[in-house]
Write a protein that binds this ligand. Structure first.
Ligand SMILES: Cc1cc2nc3c(=O)[nH]c(=O)nc-3n(C[C@H](O)[C@H](O)[C@H](O)COP(=O)(O)O)c2cc1C
Length: 342
C-alpha cells in the first residue's frame, strides 16, 4: 500500500503520474493510467479549445478517476498552446488537475482554475525556475531532470535536482520526471524526496499511446545510449532543447557540414491539433497513428531510460511493474538498514 502526499491528496493507489505528452497521451492512454491506479495526464498543445473540451469529455467517458490536463505555456508557429479560452474550457469542465509546462502560467489562469477546485501543478527544471513559480503557490511541483524525453530545459540530472528543489519547495509535494523507466529509478526518486514519479517514454511504447507503431518499435529496439538532447527539431517551436532518439536526421546534423547528406524539404504528412499538416524538415511534430512519411527524419522524443523499454504492453502493466519494483526496492532497503543499525 503506497502512502505519499500524492496518494493521500488525490485518493489514488499509486504515486504514478503519466506524462502529459502532446500528440501521444490521448484519452485512451490517460484513462488507462488512471484506471490502473495512477493519475493519467492528457497531452494538449495548440489545439482549438473545442477540441480540448472534446478530449477532456472523452477521458471522463472512460474513467471517473482523477486525471490531469497538461498545458504548455508557449507560442508556437501553430498558435499559442495555452490561452484564456483553453483555461476557460478546463475550468468549465472542472478538470481535477492542471499541469503547466515550460513557462510559468499567468496568475489569472491559476486563479480561474482554483475557483473550480482544480489543483495546479507546475514543472521546473532548475532552482531558478522553482523560485519563479513559488509565488503561484503550486499544489505540487514536477521536477524534470536532464534525462527526460521530449522538451527539457534542465541541465542537471533528476537526482541532483530533487534535494535542491526540495529545500526550496518547503513541504510542497515533488513529482520526479526524467529517465524513470523501472522500479530502481523510481525507488531512487522516492528516496531523494519525491512523492510521486512521472513517466513518459515507457508509456509512449504502451498499447494505448497514440504514437505510430514504427515509433514504438524504434523505442523497443533502441540501446541505452541512443538518446541525445538537441535543438535540431522544431521550426514549429524553435531553439527548444529536446531529448530524442538518434536517427538519420540527428546523425546528419552531427556530421561535419562537408559530409552532410542532402536533406529532404518535407518529411511526411500528418493530422495534428485538428488540421492536416505537411511536416517540414526537422519538424518537432511527433509521429502518431495519423502520420505517414520517413521516420528516419522525424522527431522521436525519448528519455534516457531506454534500456527498460523492451516491449509494447498495456499501460496498466507498466504502471504496476514500475510501482511494484519500487516498493520491493524500498522494502529491501529498509530491511538492510534495520539489520545494519545497532
Ligand atoms: C513523447 C514525449 C512528449 C512529451 N510532451 C510533453 C508535453 O507536451 N508536455 C509536457 O509537460 N511534457 C512533455 N514531455 C516530457 C514529459 O512530461 C516528462 O517530463 C518526460 O517524459 C519524463 O521523462 P521520461 O520520458 O524519461 O519518462 C514529453 C515527453 C515525451 C517522451
Amino acid at each position: 500500500m503506497w502512502n505519499t502526499a500524492i496518494t493521500r491528496t488525490y485518493g489514488v493507489d499509486y504515486p504514478f503520474i503519466g506524462a502529459g505528452m502532446a500528440m501521444i497521451a490521448e484519452p485512451q492512454l490517460v484513462a488507462a493510467v488512471s484506471l490502473a491506479g495512477g493519475i493519467g495526464q492528457l497531452g494538449t498543445g495548440p489545439l482549438p479549445p473545442p477540441l480540448l473540451r472534446g478530449l477532456i469529455r472523452e477521458v471522463r467517458g472512460r474513467t471517473s478517476r482523477p486525471f490531469a490536463v497538461n498545458l504548455i505555456v508557449e507560442t508556437t508557429t501553430l498558435g499559442p498552446a495555452t490561452t484564456d479560452d483553453h483555461i476557460s474550457v478546463c475550468a468549465e469542465e472542472r478538470v481535477p488537475i492542471a499541469v503547466f509546462f515550460w513557462n510559468p502560467p499567468l496568475e489569472r489562469w491559476v486563479a480561474m482554475l482554483r475557483e473550480t477546485g482544480c489543483r495546479v501543478w507546475v514543472t521546473v527544471g532548475s532552482a531558478a525556475e522553482t523560485l519563479e513559480v513559488l509565488p503561484l503557490d503550486p499544489d505540487a511541483i514536477i521536477v524534470q531532470g536532464r534525462e527526460a524525453g521530449g522538451h527539457v530545459r534542465a541541465t542537471e540530472s533528476l537526482l541532483d535536482l530533487l534535494p535542491r528543489i526540495s529545500s526550496l519547495a518547503a513541504d510542497r509535494p515533488l513529482i520526479a520526471a526524467g529517465g524513470i523507466a523501472d522500479g530502481h529509478a523510481a525507488a531512487a526518486a522516492f528516496t531523494a524526496g519525491a512523492s510521486a514519479v512521472c513517466v513518459g517514454t515507457r508509456l509512449v511504447a504502451s498499447e494505448e499511446s497514440a504514437a505510430h507503431m514504427e515509433y514504438k518499435m524504434r523505442l523497443v529496439a533502441s540501446e541505452p545510449r541512443d538518446s541525445i538532447v538537441t535543438t535540431l527539431f522544431g521550426p514549429e517551436w524553435p531553439d527548444a532543447p529536446m531529448r530524442v532518439l538518434i536517427n538519420n536526421a540527428v546523425r546528419r546534423a552531427l556530421a561535419p557540414p562537408a559530409e552532410q547528406a542532402p536533406a529532404p524539404s518535407t518529411i511526411g504528412e500528418t493530422t495534428v491539433f485538428g488540421r492536416q499538416y505537411a511536416m517540414p524538415l526537422n519538424s518537432s511534430i511527433l509521429p502518431t497513428v495519423h502520420t505517414h512519411g520517413d521516420f528516419d527524419e522525424m522527431c522521436l522524443a525519448a528519455g534516457a531510460g531506454l534500456s527498460f523499454v523492451r516491449k509494447i504492453e498495456p499501460a496498466a502493466a507498466i504502471v504496476r511493474e514500475i510501482m511494484d519494483g519500487a516498493a520491493r526496492q524500498l522494502h529491501e532497503r529498509r530491511q538492510r538498514d534495520q539489520l545494519r543499525s545497532p
